[in-house]
Structures are given as C-alpha cells and as structure tokens.
Design a protein around this ligand. Sequence first.
Ligand code: ME8
Length: 524
Amino acid sequence: MPGAADSLASVGFYITTAISYVNGAPHLGHAYEAIATDVIARHMRQRAADVFFLTGTDEHGEPVADAADARGIAPQELADENAARFRALLPRLQVSNDFFIRTTDEQHVRRVQAVLQRVHDNGHTYRGLYEGWYCPRCADFKVENEILEGNRCPIHEIRLVREQEENWFFRLSSFQEPLERLFAERPDFVMPAVRFNEARAFVASGLQDVSLSRARLKWGVTVPWDPEHVFYVWFDALLNYYTALGYARDGEDLTDRYWPATYHVIGKDILKFHTVFWPAVLLAAGLPVPEHVFVHGFLLGADGRKMSKSLGNVLDPDDVLKRFGSDALRFYLMRDVPFGADGAVGMDGVTARYEGELANEYGNLASRTIAMIHRYRGGLVPDARTDPELASEFKGLRERVCELLDRADVTAALDQIWQRVRRCNRYVEERAPWKLAKDPAAAATLDQTLASLAEGLRVLTVLLHAYMPSSTATLLTALTPEREPGSNPFGLEGAEFAGRAGGWAVSELAPLFPKVAPPAPQAA
Ligand code: ME8
C-alpha cells in the first residue's frame, strides 16, 4: 500500500462487492455493501488512483432455480427480472460502479470454464461420492463443526437435508499449507482482525475437500470435461471477480491492469467462501490471490434482531431515499454502523442523524458561512491569512482520512471529518462574526474569520464528497463557483487547509438538507 495521501496516479485499484442472489429483491444489506464500497472507490478516484469498481448479480444455483420453479417461470426469466431491479437501485444510491456483471453473461460462463478446466488439468479435482448435510438456502454443504443442534443451518436455522451425490471434488485439503502460509505472511489479507482470526481458525481446524459440481442441477455453468454436471454455484460466482476484467470493456482485457483485486468487500456470512475457498481456487489455477478481503457486519432491525418482514423491523432503502435522499442514506449507514461490526438501524435513527447532524451541523455551517460572506462582504470571501489555530485543527486530517480509508475504515474516517465540522461550528460561536461586523476596528479579524470558515468548509466538503456526492457538489459550486477550466475541485490534494485563503466570490446556496415532513400516519 502506498503512503497515505500520496497521489495514487497509475496505481491500479480494483474493488468489488459480493454479487447478489437474484432469488429475491434488493434490500438494505445490499445497499449498505454497495454504498460502503462506493465510498472507498470514490475516495480513491479523488486520489487519482486508477479505480475499477465491480458489482453485479449471482444468477445460477439451486435457490434461483427453486424460486423460479415456485413461480412457474424459467430461471433465466427470474434472473432477468431481478437483475434489472438490482441494477436500477445502484444509480439511485449514487453508486459509481464501472461494470455490472451477471453470471449468466456468456463471456463469464466461457471464462469460468477456462479457469476451472485449468484447475482440473493441474490435477486439483477428482470424482467421488459426496454425502453430507446440505442447506438448500445457502446452497452449501455444512461441515460438522458448523451445524447447529438438531441438524440445523447456522445461518438460516432451517433443518439441513441429508444429501448424497456423485460429483467432482476440489482438493481443498491440499491447500492446507499454502493457506496457512498466506495467513502467516499477510495479517491484512482479511480485515478486520476479528475476521482474520476467524478465517485463520477455520483453516487451522483442517480443510476438507469440497464438491465442485452438481449432477442433479441443470441451472449452472456446464463442467467442460463432464457435461452432465454443472459447477457448484459458489465456484461460478467467486470467479466473477476475475472473469469480469476480461470483457468489461469491449475489445480490451483489463486483467493485467487490475488483477489481483485490491479489496473484496463482503458480509460476514460469506467469509469462508472468500477467505478460504477463493484463494485456494486461485492458487490451483496459478493465479495471484487478492490483497484484502474486508468483511462487514450485518444490519439489524431497530430492535437489534435480524431484519424480517414478519417482525416488522425492516428499514426499506426506498422509504429512506424518498424521504431524505441518497446522500442522507449513505451518510446514515456509514456513520451509524461502525464498518466491520453489526448495527441496528431504523427510521428514527435516520431522522435523528439527518436533523441533528446533516441539517444542524454541516448544512448549518454551510448556509451560515455563505450567508455571512454575502451579508458582511458582499459575497466576496476576503483574501486573508487564515487563523493558525483553526488551521492546526485541520493539520494531518487529510492524511488521517487517507490512512483510515486505505484500511476501508469508512466510519472512523467519517468521524475524523465530522469532528472538524463541529469544530468549525464552535469557531463561528467563538468568533461571533455578527459582533465583529459591528466594530469597524475588528474588520481584519472578521476578514480572517470568514476566510478561515470558507477554507474549512471547502476542505470538509472535498473530504465528504465520497460519502455524499450530490450535496457536496451543490455546496462546492456555491462556495467556489469560479474555477479554472480543467481543474478538479474535488481532487484530494486540495483537501489541505491553506495558510491564506479567499479572494473569490460565492453564490447563493439553498438549504442542503431541508426540513422533511414526518411520514403520513399509516391507515390502520
Ligand atoms: O451471499 N446486512 O448473495 P446475497 C449487511 N450471492 N449485509 C448483508 C445483509 C444484512 N442484513 N444481508 C446480506 C450472496 N448482506 C452470494 C455472494 S459473491 C461471489 C456471492 C450482504 O444476495 C451479504 O453478506 O445473499 C453479501 O455480502 C451481500 O449482501 C450479498 O448477499
């Protein structure tokens, strides 16, 4: 990893989300993961890194085939329908992915076959009889130490089914030592540390071979050396991160430019697949393994229980988007749930953060800074030396934010920024520009105060851009309307609090976070 805050120009930075199952509709957990990944991707672009951001849908496998069956439609039809819903959600969340992969893409299918053929040719597969406890919802056979009492799934808590089938196996056990070495050599391969320890313990407990194909199922990628079988959906799905680079850009292969991935961002329920199976498959195919897997926690209902429609504790992203907009949803999720941990979320929490922090803190700082510049200095930010004391509060901020985001700590980085939002508001109270304005002898102090506030607000807005792309763009346009052609006001090199600022005109700014009416009472 390059030094924090260095320009990352020419550094390939490849970041991915998990790809979503299309047997259901998008929910807040999907939005959460996409938003967090987007914050990191946008931040890295602000540092001039050569970013590629991938997301998409996981369309094969038993759960999709079963869900389609239940509706009496073909799996492809269900996949088309739901993939469109996932894809449509992304721009509403301001997610700036560079490509959307679908595992039913013909190009993906061909590339999966080529990579796994290599794994087969390298001698890492064999044919055998598999018998075990299977969860149809996870599409996964569970090993003994995962199974809950009464042979139930540790995730879905439903009864597991005893399944027996002749299929192809992947020799995961022969990667015991290489994986132990990987974990010994790369303590940041899995983040945060608690998840690293969990993955490492799984490896240490002894790896068993896993089934690579399914004989019964038709809805999947055909095994090229045994066309009666399809690949087990997880192998097909994991490979999306690699295959996409081969065809995301017409006529161009991006693999050399971006592989291995810098970050896979995933939820804690799919840790084993990404931190154990995935590096093993890559090693078996002779490919480099990713740099980091970041494992986030789960969003829970406001009551701290798993969100579920029947418990009535679901926070629907659509409701938040309609009432507060996507900047507010992004801010709330990144601020309220420490990234990596589980967290309870609900509409009351969104409202409290929106009113208490977005409107009353950042929004208020923006509107009063711009209003005072209009009122006291005719709309021109005075060209003045900034206040060294306020400047010292910003010292090292950009570097700290970069360091934290290098580690994908989106919540801690946001907190660093927010402490300075609060500091600037206190500065307004301490300096009381409305009093200074009445005293002609205090003109220079007022100039310095307004220049310092404008500069602080500008720096904060550049740093907040990755979190709240649209309100920061509106604000920066009002705060620094005149720009040199071709300059990038959001480049992170500009997030330095200058010793001298001002000399530019501001324009008008409408409230960034206007009052939102409470929801209409639900009809009984
Ligand atoms: O697991 N809170 O797909 P998926 C936070 N297709 N994150 C959540 C969540 C919640 N309540 N619920 C789900 C799959 N997620 C596979 C992935 S990748 C090669 C294949 C997260 O649609 C979940 O942890 O069930 C996962 O990272 C992502 O949403 C997609 O979940």
